[in-house]
Design a binder for this molecule. Structure first.
Ligand code: T1G
Length: 701
């Protein structure tokens, strides 16, 4: 065989073992090894074949690192044919996560057994792909078209017991030792004369598919996955599974798979897949940096953020002590948590028991003395530096040595907060995004004195609570919010220059943003930005700047919370409605200050909103605030709903070409003033050198 695939006979059962850490991906060597082993088994005394994997998981898919390179034989389809055409039953023994091509290998087997904790799934859609090795043809044949549509377009795995109910798994192995259990299961099949059960032999009766099912699916999916193209092709594959014989269906699937494999959308989504994992690695931190124990966490502040953060920990079984200023505030905070859990329960995403278990993990106090046994504290009070410093001084006095003291501040100086304690080495930022129990991004903010093990522990805890972590150094707004300034500014400047709110927002939503910047402002509350601006002395004295946002707040139009802002909002549905009154006001204000309005293209809207983002990102990289360009992409995709099919702002800039971005920024500077449009030195340098951010990032090591 090979060093990644071994073969042995145990009694009369052939056992093929794959050992290709970390996730047994279907590299060329693994594919070749499995093919050789199945071929060998055809000619020896074995009566059945068990395919299982060493390490932490069954095959977790094709080797994504091989994509974009010339295909190497043997291709996956030939391995599946060898398995399916085997003269003796092939049994997949599943643990961990059988995903993508891995699950497709299992589906080509005649039987599938799994331990109860295993999961199976087809997550290709999350890479802008579709299952390209029979998944779209076999799953509907065995689980039905509706279940197949949900499994393949969501990309979410299902637990083995549920997979068994769906017909995707035949047997749950109770034995501690999966391999031994699978061998016994195989022997049972042989003794009972079980047939060579091939999914391809099942045909789907088209009459079982309700009329209009596929068209309705296409419409629903188009709304859900802005800018992504794989979903529509998955529906086409499922139609083929219903209407075509297996081999023609497989051919159709391969054609559509190949179209996606070479698409810019998939390249962007694969970039984010690796960027997310790279962001978890801190350049100057050895991988074996020790970590501190975190078995109990305290949250200071039970508001929306504090409650959401508490839920993140309770959701993974970590006890939480929430501290509030008095009983009334504490009860209010606990009420927020209970309300959020009930919403999740109502959506069927949680059972009553689970909700009860999680709520039981969250207790409250108003007394700092109760914090003596916690291992990590996350402060989540409102954005006042003096208050935060007071709180950290108190924490310094009551927490045991070695406790990690984190602040959830959005932009306050973490070093100033750390200096309020005698243990600055134990202090850092953990910037969650609202709603904290939903948004995936966690900006981990490294202070000047933050100790390495504190950093390593916090990154690991971030992953444990299912967050995507990105490291930031200390600056105003860290990575995400610092870059957002120009994006929001230009969205309002465009109104003065001739756009309506709907035009700005729809241009960005057509690009793939979940919500345009003006609608986002109405959601967050225009008064928030208004208040933040009051304290600032660095803003240019320009009558155009934030003019409409300021006027709306002064009119009492804060956004959704007051029923109107840039838009009117339907009291029932909260749907946004263009407001002629606002559109007239914009024109009147422009006339009042002598701004000649003009027609503005969607392209200019995108450039004026995204190029400041990219430009500030270049500054952040040059200053070392972010470790690498792909970390910034991770921040924007997971924290600001930048479309994953565009790969994040820095990846997107590389696709446009940095010279084009730089030249356009210079054009805006010459037209609109250098107080807003100062090209970042790094952007200029890379544009002139004809380089990309990605190349610069690689050169930094
Ligand atoms: N190929 C190559 N490397 C992979 C990989 C893959 N499929 N999956 C994971 N890795 C690497 C990852 O980059 C990281 O590397 C390490 O393994 C640990 O991953 C034909 C075409 C399996 C649930 O989409 O969902 O099959 O950073 O940190 O949190 O139809 O990895 O250590 O150097 O994520 O325990 C379909 C993707 C492929 C599964 C484990 N399969 N992987 O999560 O570890 S397309 C997928 C995951 C396909 C077929 C199509 C997760 C995981 P490094 P990790 P984890």
């Amino acid at each position: 065989m090979s060093d990644v695939v071994s073969y042995e006979l145990v009694d009369n059962i052939a056992v093929i073992s794959v050992n290709n850490p970390p996730v047994n991906a279907l590299s060329q060597a693994v594919r070749e090894g499995i093919l050789d082993a199945v071929t060998t088994a055809q000619g020896d005394a074995s009566e059945a074949i068990v395919l299982h994997c060493e390490g932490r998981t069954f095959i977790a898919g094709a080797d994504i690192k091989e994509f974009g390179k010339p295909p190497q034989e043997p291709g996956l389809p030939s391995i599946l044919s060898a398995i399916e055409d085997s003269s003796k039953p092939v049994i997949a023994a599943i643990h961990g996560t059988a995903l993508g091509g891995g699950f497709e290998v299992a589906l080509a087997c005649h039987y599938r057994c799994a331990i109860a904790s295993a999961k199976v799934g087809l997550p290709e859609v999350k890479l802008g792909l579709l299952p390209g090795a029979g998944g779209t043809q076999r799953v509907p044949r065995i689980a039905g078209v509706k279940a197949a549509l949900e499994l393949i377009t969501s990309g979410n795995p299902v637990a083995a017991p549920k997979a068994k109910d769906m017909g995707l798994v035949d047997e749950i192995i109770a034995a501690e030792d999966l391999k031994a259990g699978a061998i016994e299961y195989a022997k049972g099949l042989v003794e009972s004369g079980a047939p060579l059960k091939r999914i391809r032999d099942i045909t789907i009766d088209p009459a079982t598919v309700e009329p209009g099912f596929f068209d309705a699916a296409r419409k629903r999916l188009a709304r859900r996955a802005r800018g992504q193209i794989a979903q529509d092709k998955i529906v086409s594959c499922l139609e083929a599974a219903v209407n075509l014989p297996m081999d023609e269906g497989l051919q159709r699937e391969r054609e559509l798979f190949r179209e996606l494999l070479t698409s810019p959308e998939s390249a962007a989504m694969r970039h984010i897949f690796f960027a997310e994992r790279l962001a978890a690695k801190i350049k100057d931190l050895p991988r074996d940096t020790p970590r501190r124990e975190v078995n109990k966490v305290a949250i200071i502040g039970g508001g929306t953020m504090g409650g959401g953060i508490a839920m993140c920990f309770a959701n993974v079984g970590i006890p939480v002590l929430m501290l509030e200023i008095d009983d009334e505030a504490l009860q209010r905070g606990m009420g927020i948590i209970e309300k959020n859990y009930k919403i999740t329960l109502g959506k069927g995403k949680m059972t009553e028991d689970q909700m009860g278990q999680r709520i039981a993990l969250i207790t409250g106090t108003t007394d700092y003395a109760d914090l003596g046994d916690v291992d990590m504290v996350i402060e989540a009070v409102f954005e006042n530096l003096e208050l935060k410093k007071e709180i950290f001084a108190k924490l310094d006095g009551v927490c045991k040595p070695g406790v990690i003291l984190a602040t959830n501040t959005s932009y306050q100086d973490v070093d100033a907060i750390a200096a309020a304690t005698s243990r600055p080495q134990d202090v850092l930022g953990m910037h969650f995004f609202s709603p904290a129990n939903v948004m995936k991004l966690l900006e981990v903010v490294r202070g000047e004195k933050t100790a390495d093990d504190v950093l390593a522990t916090t990154m690991a805890i971030g992953k444990r609570i299912n967050k995507v972590c990105a490291l930031s150094r200390v600056c105003y707004g860290f990575i995400g919010n610092r870059m957002l300034g120009g994006y929001g500014r230009e969205a309002q400047m465009l109104l003065m220059d001739g756009c309506t709110p709907s035009q700005v927002d729809s241009a960005l939503e057509k690009f793939g943003m979940a919500m345009g910047p003006l609608a986002m402002g109405d959601l967050a509350g225009l008064d928030v930005g208004y208040k933040a601006r009051q304290g600032r002395t660095d803003l240019p004295d320009d009558p155009k700047l934030y003019r409409i946002g300021t006027l709306l707040v002064e009119m009492g139009r804060y956004g959704q919370k007051t029923g109107s802002g840039f838009y009117q909002y339907d009291a029932e549905t909260r749907a946004r409605i263009a407001d002629p009154e606002v559109e007239a006001m914009i024109k009147a204000e422009a006339a009042k200050i002598g701004v000649e309005q003009r027609d503005i293209s969607d392209e200019e809207i995108l450039q004026r909103c995204f190029y400041p983002l990219i430009n500030e990102g270049a500054r952040i990289l040059f200053e070392g605030i972010a470790q690498r360009p792909s970390d910034i992409d991770v921040v924007y995709v997971f924290g600001y709903a930048f479309p994953v099919a565009k790969g994040g702002p820095m990846y997107y800039a590389d696709q446009i070409g940095l010279k084009q971005v730089y030249d356009k920024i210079c054009e805006f500077r010459d037209r609109d003033g250098e107080q807003y449009w100062q090209p970042a030195p790094l952007l200029k340098q890379l544009a002139e050198a004809g380089k990309t951010f990605a190349e610069w990032g690689s050169e930094q090591g």
